[in-house]
Design a protein around this ligand. Structure first.
Ligand SMILES: [Zn+2]
Length: 378
């Protein structure tokens, strides 16, 4: 027995206006610092039903840790929201999910958010996710990533109950996304689609989501990078990214995420950039287990970047969109990186991505992949 889990997805032009049809009386809007300078949180607030009260929590930073996520919990409890609306990239949406758990169940800690424990959420509120990047898939998934900065560690929390009730994909929310974030988050989505497609838990539903996600993202990403305000191409990448989220949420991530989380925890590398650094190397490593599947995915690359193998097509795509995909390009000094290989391998070994990766990977192989990811020799 298996499941395909998904929020109700509202997508396309004017999707945001759907908010006005929901029975929202008191909305907690959770958003991030970068968005405070834009009109997007206000757009969401204006889209609420007439007469609805709102409280905006607008200081989620990148890769938030537990302290930052829960700093305003008491204030939230006093506000008594009946809907929690996450607006932003992965950090804001993951924070909304974690606040949803802790608001609904003050008796739990965040670490009780595991797939095996029924949480009994939705006694007080419901959850909406409105992504402003096209990549993390958080609006569709049952996972939330929590950083423990003091320990340089990332936790992957998961429960089917934290899948948002609604995911709203409105192109208006991503048209002004800066180039750097457009690239990084798209590469994250490509990684979700590929890792979901070869995960040990892959299934016909996740397969379909991965293939269509890649068709939409790969077919439109270069256009989006060259002409960021082309609505049609933005919409395609935005929908593709959520499909990639549905793929991995219903199958699982793999080794590129295990390694990317380790790098991100140690060097604060943006998530999409971190997983992108490892993706071609991981595809190469996994090839012996998934030759035929990788060949099938390779067909989705446009002629201008498609190479013989999936890993080389990825490298050529990354070059074409101007993505630096080595650790060296992050500005990390080689001796410092070499000194941290043991720690990075240890962090990666703890990730669930290792369990569902199609090929077993021991410590020596993790270190080899980490070491090759540096790129240029010092
Ligand atoms: Zn990811």
């Amino acid at each position: 027995m298996w499941f395909f889990r998904s929020p109700t997805v509202i997508f396309g032009d004017e999707a945001l206006t759907y908010l006005a049809t929901l029975p929202i009386h008191r909305a907690l809007i959770v958003t991030d610092r970068d968005l405070r300078a834009t009109d997007l949180p206000e757009k969401v607030r204006r889209a609420l039903p007439e007469g609805a009260q709102s409280m905006v929590l607008g200081d989620v930073g990148p890769e938030p840790d537990l302290g930052e996520m829960t700093a305003h919990l008491e204030e939230i409890r006093r506000f008594v929201p009946d809907w929690i609306v996450g607006v932003g990239g992965g950090s804001a949406l993951d924070t909304a999910k974690i606040l949803f758990v802790l608001y609904e169940r003050p008796d739990l800690t965040v670490y009780d958010t595991t797939p095996l424990q029924p949480l009994g959420l939705r006694a007080k509120s419901r959850l909406v996710a409105i992504p402003t990047t096209s990549g993390t898939g958080s609006e569709c998934t049952w996972a939330a990533v929590l950083t423990e900065r003091a320990e340089r560690r990332k936790h992957e929390l998961a429960s089917p109950e934290i899948i948002p009730d609604y995911a709203i994909l409105d192109p208006e929310m991503v048209l002004a996304l800066p180039l750097e974030q457009t690239r990084n988050t798209a590469v994250d989505a490509i990684t979700h689609a590929i890792e979901g497609y070869v995960s040990r838990w892959k299934n016909p539903y996740s397969d379909a989501m991965s293939e269509k996600a890649l068709e939409l993202i790969l077919g439109n990403l270069r256009t989006v990078v060259l002409h960021p305000d082309l609505r049609e191409a933005r919409t395609a990448v935005h929908i593709g990214a959520s499909m990639a989220g549905l793929s991995f949420s219903n199958s699982q991530i793999g080794l590129a995420h295990a390694l990317g989380h380790a790098l991100g925890a140690r060097y604060k590398t943006p998530h999409g950039k971190a997983v992108g650094i490892f993706l071609p190397l991981v595809v190469e490593f996994n090839r012996s287990e998934c030759q035929e599947r990788f060949d099938r995915l390779n067909r989705y690359f446009p002629d201008s970047v498609r190479a013989q193998t999936l890993e080389d097509s990825l490298r050529s795509l990354f070059r074409a969109i101007g993505l630096d995909s080595t650790v060296a390009a992050l500005g990390v000094a080689h001796p410092d990186y070499l000194a941290s290989l043991d720690e990075l391998a240890e962090l990666a070994a703890e990730s669930t991505g290792l369990v569902t990766n199609p090929k077993d990977c021991g410590t020596a192989e993790l270190k080899e992949l980490l070491s090759r990811a540096y790129g240029a020799e010092a």
